[in-house]
Structures are given as structure tokens and as C-alpha cells.
Ligand binder design. Structure first.
Ligand SMILES: Cc1ncc(COP(=O)(O)O)c(C=O)c1O
Length: 393
């Protein structure tokens, strides 16, 4: 009666969702303060004050709640383009921006715009698992390339082996979900070189889709390298879900490099797809709010403090983990090869985590530390007991 693919995917379920339900059950039994739920990337902090003030201001403005261009308000797009220009030095105008329903909406719009059936999109593992479904939504084929497990950065030489005449795009996600790693400028430049070589060899265009919802949640690096400077065919997909702690508001944008050949056709395609996917336009009120708050950001030090506490504790206990420099995730190695079994063992200590297999990274586990510092503090003895059971200490 229903789509076979949907029925199959629904029955497979989502590991993260399963943990969420498990967490709710445990909280009822033990009390919320005795359950340490690191399963979901839902920011626990509130949006910055100026964002809340902007909501109050704009909600009363005339004409704000009407339809507008499918690309979004021109003044909002201009403000965001101006901010990108200020940060990167790249000259970009409102014509190169489309406002979207978060990064999830943006990614779907981009895939619909660029993909023909069976064209390939390269995804570096471990990855945000929804990439696979979004690519499949438009008949594309995800091609998974393993990152370097020493630092979770992509390896240009490895990438080279997987590029074919059907490669339409690669996805870059830095700071990364699930590893929290930031890709170095040299790594991105090496990738750019490989892409240029392969584009020439096959006479193709390979888009670099830079999924950047965590680009403001950066701790130890002063400035992220700009993909617009490194990749001619860069398309940024960004979102305010994490940087302004607004995931429920569904707001983000696509920014395409003006240097892309046939940029006008690309932009028209993106705007058309935003419409025909049924988004029509990004929500109007929140467009105005984010444009008036382009300099606002949730204080990254809040997350840095949590990262330090959890990372230092876990590594002291003998867990092995690449130190994340951004986002709000840790991706330690599971002490046993079977990460699903490890998830079950951790549950005995009321620790909820997601097996790395859920991100194409078996043998690891993901912790989302967008939970209160108190929760992390309360969890420390449970981690110690777990480390003892795993014979790490
Ligand atoms: C890497 C990555 N991309 C995209 C998204 C989607 O975010 P949004 O809420 O902006 O749709 C998420 C959400 O967790 C994410 O982690």
C-alpha cells in the first residue's frame, strides 16, 4: 500500500531516536538527574538575548507574515551576503543566497537541483547519517570514503580513488558531526587539487557542498578556512540551528560561489527547487530575526567547558578519542569492537550514547555534550564504573 522504501526505512528506525526513547523510559524509572543522555544534538542552551528581542520586534511589523520571493527577503539575503563577504573577503551578493528551512532543507534543495539519476555524491565516513537519505531522495548514489582514523580528516589520495565521471558532488562537514573535528586548510587545498585534476580528466563539474551548521561553534581555532576561497564550485549550506540554538525554527541558507560556471542557472534552479519541494520560502519572521542578529552567536565557551570536562575525564579513564575542536560531539573508540554491544553495556550505568555504526563509523561511539555541565559532572562516576567494567582502569 505504501512506498516500499519508506516502509523499509521506517522499520529500520533510527539509532538516535531509539536512544531518545530509551532515555525517556530510564528517566521515568531513575529520575532525570540520574540519567546521562548524550544521544541527541539538540542544544540545551537558550538563543542569545538579541535574538529573542528581535522576535518581539519583528512579529509586529507590517507585511512580515506574507509570501515573499521563493529565495527569501532581499534585505535578509543582502545582510547575510554582507556578513560572508566581511568574513571571507569574497565578493558575494544577495543573488547568490537562498534562505532555506535549516540545513536539512538546504541540502535537499541542493540535491534536487544538481542530481540526475545515478549520479554520485561522495560522503566522508563517519558522517551525518541523513546525507544518505537526502541523496537517495533524488535518485543519487552516496559513495562512502573513509576518513583518516588518526585525525578524522578526509584523505585526498583516498578520495581520488573514488571519483568517477558520475561524481557530481562531495560533502564536507567541518566542524564535523559526529567527530567534532575541524578540517585543516592544507587538507582542503589537497582535496581541491584532486578535484581539479579529476574535473579536467573527465570534463565534469564536481560541486563541493560545505555543510556548515557548526561553523560558529569553534574552540581552539581562531578562524575556519573559507571554502569559497579554496573551491571554485563551493556551495555552502548553513543553518542557525546550532549557532543561535534555534533548531525548531527551521532557518538556514544556501550560499553559492559567484565563480561557479552558469551560476545564474544554478541560483534559479535552487530557488525553483525551494518552491517545488513545498518549502515555498523559508519562514518569514525568523528570516528577519537572523538577519538582524548576524553577529550574534551562542557563546562557544559554554560548550568548550563541557568538552574539556568530558574529554579530559574520558581520556584519563583510558578511552581513546581524537580531541574535537568544534561542534558539540565526541567520537571515542569503543573499548570493544561491537559498538552496539558497548551501547548496551553503557546503558546499565544510565549512560546513553549512539553507536558509531549509526554514522558509518563502527567501532566508535558518539557523545553529544549539548547537555548541562551538571549532567556531565553527575555522569563522571558512571563513566568510571563503566571504564572499570571494560577493564580500561
Ligand atoms: C552535520 C549536520 N548537517 C545538517 C543538520 C541539519 O540541521 P538543521 O537543523 O539546520 O536542518 C545537522 C543537524 O544535526 C547536522 O548535524
Amino acid at each position: 500500500m505504501l512506498s516500499q522504501k519508506v516502509v523499509t526505512n521506517v522499520s529500520k528506525g533510527s539509532m538516535i531516536r531509539a536512544m531518545f526513547e530509551e532515555g525517556a523510559k530510564l528517566k521515568k524509572i531513575h529520575g532525570a538527574d540520574k540519567v546521562y543522555d548524550f544521544s541527541i544534538g539538540n542544544p540545551d542552551v537558550e538563543p542569545p538575548k538579541e535574538v529573542i528581542e528581535a522576535f518581539k520586534k519583528y512579529i509586529q511589523e507590517p507585511d512580515i507574515h506574507k509570501y515573499m520571493s521563493n529565495a527569501g527577503f532581499d534585505d535578509v539575503r543582502a545582510r547575510i551576503a554582507g556578513k560572508i563577504q566581511e568574513e571571507t573577503g569574497i565578493s558575494i551578493g544577495h543573488n547568490n543566497i537562498v534562505m532555506t528551512c535549516g540545513a536539512a532543507g538546504g541540502l535537499n534543495v541542493v540535491f534536487k537541483t544538481i542530481l540526475n539519476p545515478d549520479e554520485e555524491v561522495i560522503v566522508f565516513a563517519p558522517f551525518f547519517v541523513e546525507y544518505l537519505t537526502y541523496i537517495d531522495n533524488f535518485g543519487g548514489k552516496p559513495v562512502v570514503v573513509q576518513s583518516d582514523t588518526n585525525n578524522f580528516e578526509p584523505k585526498a589520495e583516498e578520495l581520488k580513488k573514488f571519483i568517477t565521471p558520475k561524481t557530481k558532488a562531495i560533502i564536507i562537514n567541518s566542524p564535523n558531526n559526529p567527530t567534532g573535528v575541524i578540517y585543516k586548510e592544507e587538507t582542503l587545498k589537497e582535496i581541491a587539487k584532486v578535484l581539479e585534476e579529476k574535473e579536467q580528466e573527465y570534463n565534469t563539474t564536481i560541486f563541493v557542498l560545505s555543510d556548515e551548521p557548526y561553523n560558529k561553534l569553534v574552540y581552539d581555532v581562531v578562524k575556519l578556512p573559507s571554502v569559497l576561497k579554496i573551491f571554485k564550485n563551493a556551495i555552502i549550506i548553513n543553518s542557525y540551528s546550532k549557532s543561535l540554538a534555534l533548531p525548531g525554527e527551521r532557518i538556514g541558507y544556501i550560499a553559492a560561489n559567484p565563480a561557479i560556471q552558469d551560476i545564474e542557472m544554478l541560483m534559479n534552479g535552487l530557488i525553483y527547487c525551494n518552491r517545488v519541494l513545498g518549502f515555498v520560502n523559508a519562514p518569514s519572521l525568523i528570516q528577519k530575526v537572523v538577519a538582524s542578529s548576524v553577529d550574534a552567536v551562542v557563546d562557544p565557551d559554554i560548550y568548550k567547558q563541557r568538552r574539556d570536562l568530558l574529554y579530559n575525564h574520558l581520556t584519563k579513564l583510558g578511552f581513546s578519542c581524537v580531541k574535537p575542536e568544534g561542534a558539540f560531539y565526541l567520537f571515542p573508540k569503543s573499548p570493544i569492537p561491537d559498538d552496539v554491544e558497548f551501547k548496551n553495556i553503557a546503558l546499565k550505568y544510565n549512560i546513553l550514547l549512539v553507536p558509531g555504526s549509526g554514522f558509518g563509523g563502527p567501532g566508535y561511539f558518539r557523545l553529544a555534550y549539548c547537555v548541562s555541565l551538571k549532567t556531565i559532572e553527575n555522569s563522571l562516576p558512571a563513566w568510571e564504573a563503566l571504564a572499570k567494567e571494560m577493564k580500561l582502569i
